[in-house]
Unconditional design. Structure first.
Lengths: 128, 423
């Protein structure tokens, strides 16, 4: 992972783990298990991260300033107090946007070449 | 093992595996990783039981294999990286060993030093007795760590068969005819010899299959001894072509059942209701009506000597194993062959579990094949006895009455207690 003062463009392309963790944190703060479950849900079970992969990625994302530990505890009543919550940092949001742009451009190229016919939905149409 | 115990053992094991990571990574994220692993395990157990736990373990081990070297490489701790890799290899080796041990669920292995020709478990499951060639009888209490105790008499060198009475108070042994007769009845709790039984059928004249008169004139050693289900009668299958039914309390001959020739008879088995008795002779499985003494069925199919016979608990089905590498299931009433289990070595022993679900067969290559009796599905192949090309492998097999333990006796001189897998 690139240094913390890198530009968003220098951070991409993202590894699948980092991309999906950023995506999972895009709309709410989550703890480790929550991130893992959200990624599993987002990828329809295709990506199942183990503790080593998840926390290795989190460590490097924290160092790169993509995410930060959150003081807010959305499930504080139900949760173990020792759980750490994470949220998307401003830089992380920019990196995610840059990555989404890159993917959109790639999708556009793929669309022009007729590669998106069939079961893959067009993202700009709001889904199938 | 209960699920909650598996869960807590898994979490403890994962905590130990975390030591493979660099110290700093472990200090900062160890707790979170353990929490995550615990959450995954609880979730998987809730959804898929023990199989779910196995799935998480498989993923976690792959995760460890990738991330432990990665974290060491990133931490620039080359020496530790090598050490971490070695630890990881060791962890995999230990895990493989554990999985192997679960696949071969040996509860205990007991040594006699001589080929174990017969094994029996007392009905209460507390005593295991083994008969050996040239090594007499051996007995153990069937605790978690079985302890041997002396049983029988030193002048009985070879034992062909042993059987507990249904009430567990008596033990019968079949032997070569000698100073202690051809069969003996013992007090199962003290080991005291209560009765010796001589050869009865000598001098009897019978008509053989071809209609010729034959006189039984040679002493026949007793291959197999079986108590009738009511415990009153002892069946002695001998090497001289007859089965003698002896009254246990008086020792008197009640009836003799004659085979088709003078060839050895045995092994033998009573049907669960005690009205029928099956035994093999010359590759045939013969079935007698015990009350009349008539031979009522001849089951023909094996192309070699029959090594094991067992009824299922209903008494409607009979299993026989042979040197022709097959186990055959027969309909007792019609004599029809119901199923054939093919193996790739000659089969030297056979047992059916008391609930009639499992059939175990021991072969010459020291393997024990566990089959589902009704469907014929092969469930497991176990190995524990030492293999020797000149051995006859697993010579004896029996299930405990509660069906939880399978006991095997081998030519390697060992008696192995197996935990029967739960279905």
């Amino acid at each position: 992972m690139a240094h913390a003062n890198a530009t968003p463009e220098e951070m991409i392309p993202l590894t699948p783990a980092v991309f999906h963790i950023l995506l999972a944190l895009a709309d709410r703060d989550l703890h480790g298990y929550g991130i893992m479950k959200q990624v599993e849900l987002d990828t329809h079970g295709k990506m199942q991260m183990g503790p080593g992969t998840l926390y290795g990625s989190i460590k490097r994302m924290l160092a790169a300033g993509l995410i930060e530990e959150s003081d807010e505890r959305p499930d504080s009543i139900l949760d173990d107090e020792r759980r750490r919550y994470y949220r998307l940092a401003g830089f992380g949001r920019k990196v995610l946007a840059a990555e989404m742009d890159r993917l959109s451009e790639a999708l556009e190229v793929a669309g022009k070449k007729g590669l998106l016919d069939g079961p893959v939905p067009h993202t700009s149409e709001g889904g199938a | 093992m209960q699920g909650s115990r598996l869960l807590s053992l898994s979490i403890r094991a994962y905590r130990l595996l975390l030591w493979l990571y660099p110290g700093e990574h472990r200090r900062v994220y160890g707790l979170s990783m353990t929490q995550l692993f615990r959450d995954q395990m609880h979730d998987a157990y809730g959804r898929g039981g023990v199989r779910g736990l196995a799935g998480v373990w498989a993923r976690t081990l792959c995760d460890l294999a990738v991330t432990v070297p990665e974290e060491h490489a990133r931490a620039a701790t080359r020496g530790r990286w090598i050490r971490g890799s070695l630890y990881l290899l060791l962890a995999f080796a230990l895990l493989s060993l554990t999985l192997w041990a679960r696949r071969t669920p040996v509860h205990a292995a007991l040594r006699t030093g001589k080929a174990v020709t017969a094994v029996a478990v007392s009905p209460d499951g507390r005593t295991i007795v083994a008969g050996t060639m040239f090594g007499g009888m051996h007995a153990w209490d069937a605790s978690a760590a079985p302890q041997p105790y002396s049983f029988g008499q030193p002048d009985l060198s070879s034992i062909y068969s042993v059987a507990f009475s249904p009430d567990g108070r008596l033990l019968a042994s079949g032997t070569p005819c000698g100073p202690l007769g051809c069969a003996q009845v013992w007090d199962a709790s003290t080991g005291q010899l209560l009765r010796t039984i001589e050869e009865y059928s000598r001098g009897r004249q019978v008509i053989d299959r071809a209609g010729r008169a034959q006189v039984w004139d040679l002493p026949g050693d007793v291959w197999d001894v079986r108590f009738s289900p009511d415990g009153r009668t002892l069946a002695l299958a001998d090497t001289d072509g007859a089965i003698e039914l002896v009254d246990v309390s008086s020792g008197q001959l009640v009836r003799a059942l004659y085979g088709r020739s003078r060839a050895s008879v045995g092994p033998a088995a009573f049907s669960p209701d005690g009205h029928a008795l099956a035994a093999s002779q010359d590759g045939l499985v013969l079935l007698w009506d015990v009350d009349s003494g008539n031979l009522v069925q001849e089951l023909e199919g094996h192309t070699g000597r029959v090594s094991g016979i067992a009824f299922d608990p209903t008494g409607d089905t009979l299993a026989s194993s042979g040197l022709d590498q097959t186990v055959r299931l027969w309909d007792v009433h019609t004599g029809r062959l119901l199923r054939r289990f093919d193996q790739d070595a000659y089969i030297s022993s056979l047992a059916i579990s008391p609930d009639g679900q499992l059939l175990a067969s021991g072969d010459r290559e020291n393997r024990i094949w566990v089959w589902r009796l009704v469907s014929g599905e092969l469930l497991h192949i176990y190995r524990a006895h030492r293999w020797d090309p000149f051995d006859n492998g697993v010579l004896s097999l029996t299930f405990s009455l509660d069906g939880r333990t399978l006991v095997s006796g081998g030519e390697d001189g060992r008696v192995v207690l197996w935990d029967v897998p739960e279905e």
